[in-house]
Design a protein around this ligand. Sequence first.
Ligand code: FES
Length: 122
Amino acid sequence: MKYSKIIIKHFKNPKNMGEIKNPDAVGKAGNPICGDTMKIYLKVKNNKIEDIKFQTLGCAVAIAMTSILTDIAKGKTLKAASKIKPDDLLKGVEDVPKSKIHCSVLAHQALKNAIKNYKAKK
Ligand code: FES
């Protein structure tokens, strides 16, 4: 499978990869068919995502999508972050194979679950 330069860049050098100690929220998502799993950690201050990190066990596109997602979400208010759509992750990333579109949906789901987890704690 051939990937675009942007996918390879984020896969080889992912942004915001890792774990946040004492996070304000955690969101998980997994796809039972491909087996990929993602975890998103949030630090929230004044309703803004002050810090966001991810751990992804999965394919190159799954790692690239969570990297792009965290880049987009960092610094946003929770309200603005909850409006991020899977399509937003694919913008500017050419040639994502059809079989890999679900990787963006999975990353989106992990963020959604993290925001849900944050709200449930409040
Ligand atoms: S192949 Fe399933 S998330 Fe990438």
